[in-house]
Design a protein around this ligand. Structure first.
Ligand SMILES: [Fe+2]
Length: 365
Protein backbone atom coordinates (compact mmCIF):
# COMPACT_ATOMS: atom_id res chain seq x y z
CA UNK A 1 0.00 0.00 0.00
CA UNK A 2 1.52 3.26 -1.13
CA UNK A 3 2.25 6.19 1.16
CA UNK A 4 0.67 4.60 4.21
CA UNK A 5 2.06 2.67 7.16
CA UNK A 6 -0.82 0.17 6.71
CA UNK A 7 0.91 -2.89 5.22
CA UNK A 8 -2.13 -4.83 3.96
CA UNK A 9 -5.91 -4.62 4.09
CA UNK A 10 -7.07 -5.64 7.57
CA UNK A 11 -8.12 -9.26 8.11
CA UNK A 12 -11.61 -9.49 9.61
CA UNK A 13 -11.32 -12.77 11.52
CA UNK A 14 -14.40 -14.57 12.83
CA UNK A 15 -14.47 -15.91 16.41
CA UNK A 16 -17.82 -16.98 17.85
CA UNK A 17 -20.45 -14.48 16.76
CA UNK A 18 -17.90 -11.67 16.84
CA UNK A 19 -14.87 -10.46 14.92
CA UNK A 20 -11.24 -9.74 15.64
CA UNK A 21 -9.93 -7.27 13.09
CA UNK A 22 -6.13 -7.51 12.81
CA UNK A 23 -3.91 -5.16 10.83
CA UNK A 24 -0.17 -4.62 10.59
CA UNK A 25 1.63 -1.31 10.28
CA UNK A 26 5.13 -0.52 9.12
CA UNK A 27 5.75 1.88 12.01
CA UNK A 28 4.83 1.78 15.69
CA UNK A 29 1.80 3.43 17.14
CA UNK A 30 -1.80 2.87 18.23
CA UNK A 31 -4.54 1.39 16.05
CA UNK A 32 -8.27 1.10 16.41
CA UNK A 33 -11.51 0.57 14.49
CA UNK A 34 -14.45 2.96 14.24
CA UNK A 35 -17.97 1.79 13.40
CA UNK A 36 -20.76 4.35 13.14
CA UNK A 37 -18.82 6.77 15.34
CA UNK A 38 -18.12 4.16 18.06
CA UNK A 39 -14.48 3.38 18.77
CA UNK A 40 -13.30 -0.26 19.21
CA UNK A 41 -9.82 -0.67 20.67
CA UNK A 42 -7.30 -3.24 21.86
CA UNK A 43 -7.25 -1.64 25.30
CA UNK A 44 -6.04 -4.04 27.99
CA UNK A 45 -5.61 -3.01 31.63
CA UNK A 46 -6.39 0.54 30.56
CA UNK A 47 -3.66 0.76 27.94
CA UNK A 48 -3.93 1.05 24.18
CA UNK A 49 -1.42 -1.38 22.71
CA UNK A 50 1.66 0.32 21.25
CA UNK A 51 3.31 -1.50 18.37
CA UNK A 52 2.95 -2.70 14.78
CA UNK A 53 0.33 -5.45 15.27
CA UNK A 54 -3.19 -4.25 16.01
CA UNK A 55 -5.75 -6.86 17.10
CA UNK A 56 -9.13 -5.28 17.74
CA UNK A 57 -12.18 -7.20 19.04
CA UNK A 58 -15.40 -5.97 17.40
CA UNK A 59 -18.98 -6.97 18.25
CA UNK A 60 -20.49 -9.14 15.49
CA UNK A 61 -23.98 -7.64 15.52
CA UNK A 62 -22.61 -4.12 15.23
CA UNK A 63 -20.38 -4.78 12.20
CA UNK A 64 -22.98 -7.02 10.51
CA UNK A 65 -25.51 -4.19 10.75
CA UNK A 66 -23.16 -1.33 9.83
CA UNK A 67 -21.53 -3.25 6.94
CA UNK A 68 -18.59 -0.85 7.06
CA UNK A 69 -15.71 0.06 9.36
CA UNK A 70 -12.89 2.55 9.48
CA UNK A 71 -9.28 1.64 10.30
CA UNK A 72 -7.39 4.31 12.22
CA UNK A 73 -3.66 4.33 12.96
CA UNK A 74 -1.87 7.01 14.93
CA UNK A 75 1.89 6.81 14.64
CA UNK A 76 4.04 7.52 17.69
CA UNK A 77 7.74 7.62 16.83
CA UNK A 78 8.40 7.11 20.53
CA UNK A 79 6.26 6.30 23.55
CA UNK A 80 7.97 8.43 26.12
CA UNK A 81 6.88 8.26 29.76
CA UNK A 82 5.71 11.88 29.50
CA UNK A 83 4.08 13.76 26.63
CA UNK A 84 4.25 11.12 23.86
CA UNK A 85 3.04 12.62 20.59
CA UNK A 86 1.02 10.84 17.95
CA UNK A 87 0.26 11.76 14.34
CA UNK A 88 -2.76 10.22 12.59
CA UNK A 89 -1.38 8.44 9.51
CA UNK A 90 -4.27 6.16 8.49
CA UNK A 91 -8.01 6.70 8.39
CA UNK A 92 -9.44 4.36 5.79
CA UNK A 93 -13.01 3.13 5.38
CA UNK A 94 -13.82 -0.42 4.29
CA UNK A 95 -17.17 -1.83 3.27
CA UNK A 96 -17.88 -5.21 4.87
CA UNK A 97 -20.02 -8.09 3.62
CA UNK A 98 -20.74 -10.78 6.22
CA UNK A 99 -21.79 -14.24 5.05
CA UNK A 100 -25.59 -14.09 4.92
CA UNK A 101 -28.46 -16.18 3.62
CA UNK A 102 -28.27 -19.70 2.28
CA UNK A 103 -26.35 -19.16 -0.93
CA UNK A 104 -22.63 -18.63 -0.46
CA UNK A 105 -19.15 -19.79 -1.44
CA UNK A 106 -16.20 -20.57 0.84
CA UNK A 107 -12.61 -20.58 -0.43
CA UNK A 108 -10.04 -22.83 1.26
CA UNK A 109 -6.32 -22.02 1.47
CA UNK A 110 -4.07 -24.47 3.34
CA UNK A 111 -0.48 -25.67 3.04
CA UNK A 112 0.60 -22.65 1.04
CA UNK A 113 3.97 -23.05 2.81
CA UNK A 114 4.92 -19.38 2.28
CA UNK A 115 3.55 -19.18 -1.28
CA UNK A 116 1.23 -16.27 -2.06
CA UNK A 117 1.41 -15.80 -5.86
CA UNK A 118 -0.02 -19.12 -7.09
CA UNK A 119 -2.70 -19.38 -4.34
CA UNK A 120 -3.92 -15.85 -5.11
CA UNK A 121 -3.90 -16.57 -8.86
CA UNK A 122 -6.24 -19.48 -8.13
CA UNK A 123 -8.48 -17.23 -6.05
CA UNK A 124 -8.60 -14.66 -8.88
CA UNK A 125 -9.68 -17.34 -11.35
CA UNK A 126 -12.31 -18.67 -8.92
CA UNK A 127 -13.94 -15.27 -8.35
CA UNK A 128 -15.04 -13.65 -5.11
CA UNK A 129 -16.10 -15.89 -2.25
CA UNK A 130 -18.14 -14.99 0.83
CA UNK A 131 -15.80 -16.53 3.40
CA UNK A 132 -12.05 -17.20 3.25
CA UNK A 133 -10.50 -20.07 5.22
CA UNK A 134 -6.77 -20.14 6.06
CA UNK A 135 -6.39 -23.71 7.25
CA UNK A 136 -2.85 -24.11 8.51
CA UNK A 137 0.74 -24.40 7.27
CA UNK A 138 0.42 -21.05 5.61
CA UNK A 139 4.17 -20.85 6.30
CA UNK A 140 7.04 -23.32 6.45
CA UNK A 141 7.63 -22.51 10.12
CA UNK A 142 7.51 -19.67 12.64
CA UNK A 143 11.25 -19.06 12.91
CA UNK A 144 10.92 -15.45 11.69
CA UNK A 145 8.17 -13.10 12.81
CA UNK A 146 7.98 -11.77 9.21
CA UNK A 147 6.54 -15.15 8.21
CA UNK A 148 3.27 -14.08 9.84
CA UNK A 149 2.77 -11.57 7.02
CA UNK A 150 1.93 -14.42 4.61
CA UNK A 151 -1.54 -14.91 6.12
CA UNK A 152 -2.22 -11.17 5.76
CA UNK A 153 -1.05 -11.15 2.14
CA UNK A 154 -3.46 -14.03 1.38
CA UNK A 155 -6.34 -12.48 3.37
CA UNK A 156 -5.76 -9.03 1.86
CA UNK A 157 -5.44 -10.42 -1.67
CA UNK A 158 -8.69 -12.39 -1.41
CA UNK A 159 -10.99 -10.83 1.19
CA UNK A 160 -9.61 -7.26 0.68
CA UNK A 161 -10.74 -6.38 4.23
CA UNK A 162 -14.34 -6.70 3.00
CA UNK A 163 -15.14 -10.35 3.74
CA UNK A 164 -14.82 -12.51 6.85
CA UNK A 165 -11.80 -14.80 7.30
CA UNK A 166 -11.38 -17.98 9.36
CA UNK A 167 -7.91 -18.86 10.66
CA UNK A 168 -6.94 -22.35 11.77
CA UNK A 169 -3.38 -23.15 12.85
CA UNK A 170 -1.27 -25.88 11.24
CA UNK A 171 1.51 -28.01 12.68
CA UNK A 172 4.29 -26.13 10.85
CA UNK A 173 3.02 -22.88 12.40
CA UNK A 174 4.01 -24.21 15.84
CA UNK A 175 7.74 -24.46 15.01
CA UNK A 176 10.44 -21.89 15.69
CA UNK A 177 11.11 -19.18 18.28
CA UNK A 178 8.32 -16.88 17.05
CA UNK A 179 5.62 -19.58 17.27
CA UNK A 180 4.69 -18.38 20.76
CA UNK A 181 4.06 -14.87 19.36
CA UNK A 182 1.67 -16.11 16.66
CA UNK A 183 -1.31 -15.59 19.02
CA UNK A 184 -0.75 -11.83 18.66
CA UNK A 185 -1.25 -12.11 14.89
CA UNK A 186 -4.20 -14.50 14.73
CA UNK A 187 -7.71 -14.66 16.17
CA UNK A 188 -7.99 -16.41 19.53
CA UNK A 189 -10.67 -17.18 22.08
CA UNK A 190 -9.88 -16.21 25.68
CA UNK A 191 -10.72 -18.95 28.20
CA UNK A 192 -9.37 -19.85 31.60
CA UNK A 193 -6.69 -17.16 31.44
CA UNK A 194 -5.34 -18.39 28.07
CA UNK A 195 -5.60 -17.43 24.43
CA UNK A 196 -6.87 -20.53 22.63
CA UNK A 197 -6.74 -21.46 18.93
CA UNK A 198 -9.94 -23.56 18.94
CA UNK A 199 -13.46 -22.16 19.07
CA UNK A 200 -16.85 -22.20 17.40
CA UNK A 201 -18.08 -19.54 14.99
CA UNK A 202 -21.31 -18.36 13.45
CA UNK A 203 -21.85 -16.57 10.12
CA UNK A 204 -25.41 -16.37 8.79
CA UNK A 205 -26.85 -19.88 8.48
CA UNK A 206 -23.38 -21.42 8.88
CA UNK A 207 -22.11 -22.70 12.23
CA UNK A 208 -18.60 -24.03 12.52
CA UNK A 209 -15.77 -25.27 14.67
CA UNK A 210 -12.11 -24.36 14.31
CA UNK A 211 -10.01 -27.21 15.74
CA UNK A 212 -6.27 -27.42 16.27
CA UNK A 213 -4.37 -30.73 16.40
CA UNK A 214 -1.06 -29.08 17.20
CA UNK A 215 1.93 -31.14 16.14
CA UNK A 216 1.60 -34.34 14.11
CA UNK A 217 4.12 -36.37 16.14
CA UNK A 218 4.59 -37.12 19.85
CA UNK A 219 5.54 -34.27 22.19
CA UNK A 220 8.64 -36.31 23.07
CA UNK A 221 9.83 -36.50 19.44
CA UNK A 222 13.43 -35.32 19.16
CA UNK A 223 12.38 -32.93 16.38
CA UNK A 224 10.72 -30.66 19.00
CA UNK A 225 13.50 -30.79 21.59
CA UNK A 226 11.11 -30.72 24.56
CA UNK A 227 9.50 -27.39 23.58
CA UNK A 228 5.83 -28.44 23.22
CA UNK A 229 2.97 -29.78 25.33
CA UNK A 230 0.21 -30.64 22.88
CA UNK A 231 -1.07 -33.63 24.91
CA UNK A 232 -2.29 -31.20 27.55
CA UNK A 233 -3.56 -28.79 24.89
CA UNK A 234 -5.60 -31.47 23.05
CA UNK A 235 -7.18 -32.73 26.29
CA UNK A 236 -8.32 -29.16 27.02
CA UNK A 237 -9.77 -29.07 23.49
CA UNK A 238 -11.75 -32.26 24.18
CA UNK A 239 -13.21 -30.59 27.28
CA UNK A 240 -14.07 -27.56 25.15
CA UNK A 241 -15.93 -29.77 22.62
CA UNK A 242 -17.94 -31.26 25.49
CA UNK A 243 -18.81 -27.74 26.67
CA UNK A 244 -20.05 -26.84 23.17
CA UNK A 245 -22.41 -29.83 23.26
CA UNK A 246 -23.60 -28.86 26.76
CA UNK A 247 -24.36 -25.40 25.36
CA UNK A 248 -25.85 -26.62 22.05
CA UNK A 249 -28.98 -24.44 22.26
CA UNK A 250 -26.78 -21.38 21.83
CA UNK A 251 -24.33 -23.07 19.50
CA UNK A 252 -25.33 -25.41 16.68
CA UNK A 253 -29.00 -25.70 17.64
CA UNK A 254 -29.47 -21.93 17.68
CA UNK A 255 -32.12 -20.41 15.39
CA UNK A 256 -31.19 -20.31 11.73
CA UNK A 257 -28.29 -22.79 11.67
CA UNK A 258 -28.51 -24.85 8.46
CA UNK A 259 -24.97 -26.09 7.88
CA UNK A 260 -22.36 -27.25 10.39
CA UNK A 261 -18.72 -27.57 9.37
CA UNK A 262 -15.53 -28.30 11.26
CA UNK A 263 -12.23 -26.85 10.06
CA UNK A 264 -8.98 -28.50 11.12
CA UNK A 265 -5.56 -28.60 9.48
CA UNK A 266 -4.97 -32.31 10.17
CA UNK A 267 -7.60 -34.82 8.90
CA UNK A 268 -7.76 -36.60 12.25
CA UNK A 269 -10.21 -39.23 10.96
CA UNK A 270 -7.19 -40.87 9.28
CA UNK A 271 -5.25 -43.57 11.15
CA UNK A 272 -1.66 -42.42 10.89
CA UNK A 273 1.36 -44.71 11.25
CA UNK A 274 4.18 -44.20 13.78
CA UNK A 275 5.63 -41.61 14.41
CA UNK A 276 2.45 -39.80 13.28
CA UNK A 277 0.01 -41.96 15.29
CA UNK A 278 -0.12 -39.36 18.06
CA UNK A 279 -3.32 -38.76 20.12
CA UNK A 280 -5.18 -41.77 18.74
CA UNK A 281 -7.58 -41.90 21.73
CA UNK A 282 -8.18 -38.13 21.54
CA UNK A 283 -9.04 -38.24 17.83
CA UNK A 284 -11.42 -41.18 18.40
CA UNK A 285 -13.18 -39.02 20.98
CA UNK A 286 -13.23 -35.91 18.76
CA UNK A 287 -14.77 -38.01 15.95
CA UNK A 288 -17.46 -39.25 18.35
CA UNK A 289 -18.16 -35.71 19.63
CA UNK A 290 -18.40 -34.29 16.09
CA UNK A 291 -20.84 -37.11 15.28
CA UNK A 292 -22.94 -36.09 18.26
CA UNK A 293 -22.93 -32.47 17.05
CA UNK A 294 -24.04 -33.70 13.61
CA UNK A 295 -21.21 -32.05 11.66
CA UNK A 296 -21.97 -31.99 7.91
CA UNK A 297 -18.34 -31.74 6.74
CA UNK A 298 -14.81 -31.74 8.12
CA UNK A 299 -12.51 -29.54 5.99
CA UNK A 300 -8.77 -30.25 6.16
CA UNK A 301 -5.36 -29.83 4.55
CA UNK A 302 -1.98 -31.16 5.74
CA UNK A 303 -1.69 -34.16 3.43
CA UNK A 304 -0.55 -32.22 0.32
CA UNK A 305 -3.14 -34.25 -1.55
CA UNK A 306 -6.78 -33.67 -2.48
CA UNK A 307 -9.41 -36.33 -1.77
CA UNK A 308 -12.71 -37.01 -0.04
CA UNK A 309 -13.26 -39.48 2.78
CA UNK A 310 -16.95 -40.45 2.73
CA UNK A 311 -18.75 -41.08 6.03
CA UNK A 312 -18.14 -44.56 7.52
CA UNK A 313 -15.18 -45.36 5.27
CA UNK A 314 -13.49 -48.62 6.20
CA UNK A 315 -10.01 -48.26 7.70
CA UNK A 316 -10.68 -44.66 8.76
CA UNK A 317 -12.24 -43.62 12.06
CA UNK A 318 -15.93 -44.41 11.97
CA UNK A 319 -17.28 -40.90 11.34
CA UNK A 320 -20.85 -40.18 10.20
CA UNK A 321 -19.58 -37.07 8.42
CA UNK A 322 -17.41 -36.81 5.27
CA UNK A 323 -13.95 -35.21 5.31
CA UNK A 324 -12.63 -33.13 2.42
CA UNK A 325 -8.85 -32.76 2.16
CA UNK A 326 -8.24 -29.89 -0.28
CA UNK A 327 -4.74 -28.47 -0.64
CA UNK A 328 -1.59 -29.17 -2.64
CA UNK A 329 1.17 -26.55 -2.34
CA UNK A 330 2.76 -26.84 -5.77
CA UNK A 331 1.70 -29.02 -8.69
CA UNK A 332 4.25 -29.01 -11.53
CA UNK A 333 3.01 -27.75 -14.88
CA UNK A 334 4.24 -28.99 -18.25
CA UNK A 335 5.92 -25.64 -18.94
CA UNK A 336 8.07 -25.97 -15.83
CA UNK A 337 5.94 -23.67 -13.69
CA UNK A 338 3.63 -24.77 -10.91
CA UNK A 339 0.12 -24.12 -9.68
CA UNK A 340 -1.60 -24.28 -6.32
CA UNK A 341 -4.57 -26.55 -5.50
CA UNK A 342 -7.11 -25.27 -2.98
CA UNK A 343 -10.70 -25.98 -2.02
CA UNK A 344 -14.14 -24.55 -2.71
CA UNK A 345 -17.44 -25.08 -0.91
CA UNK A 346 -20.63 -23.96 -2.65
CA UNK A 347 -23.91 -23.86 -0.76
CA UNK A 348 -27.23 -23.12 -2.42
CA UNK A 349 -30.05 -23.87 -0.01
CA UNK A 350 -30.09 -27.61 0.63
CA UNK A 351 -27.60 -28.23 -2.20
CA UNK A 352 -24.04 -28.31 -0.85
CA UNK A 353 -20.89 -29.32 -2.67
CA UNK A 354 -17.19 -29.29 -1.90
CA UNK A 355 -14.36 -29.79 -4.39
CA UNK A 356 -10.66 -29.27 -4.80
CA UNK A 357 -9.73 -26.74 -7.47
CA UNK A 358 -8.63 -26.73 -10.17
CA UNK A 359 -9.84 -30.00 -11.62
CA UNK A 360 -11.92 -31.50 -8.82
CA UNK A 361 -15.43 -32.85 -9.21
CA UNK A 362 -18.35 -31.73 -7.06
CA UNK A 363 -18.80 -33.87 -3.94
CA UNK A 364 -22.23 -33.43 -2.43
CA UNK A 365 -22.39 -33.36 1.37
FE1 LIG B 1 0.63 -29.85 8.01
Amino acid sequence: MENTPLLYDPAVFVVGRDYQIIFLTETRGLGWIEIEGERYTDEEAGLLYYGTVHKIPVTGDVLNRARAYTVVFVEYADKKPYYPEGIEKVRRKYVFRPLEGEKYRIFHFADTHARTKTPLELYERTGDCDLIVLNGDINEHSYEIENFHTAFILASGSAHGERPVIYSRGNHDTRGYAAQDLVNYIPTAFRGGRRETFYSFRQGSLWGLVLDCGEDKYDTNVEYGGTILFDTFRRRETEYLRSVIANKAEEYEADGVKTKIAICHVPFVEHFQFPFDVADDVYEEWTRLLDEIGIDLLLCGHMHRAYLIPAHTAEKRNASFPTAVCSIPGVKDEDGGEHYVGGLIEVDGGHRVVKYIPGGEDWTF
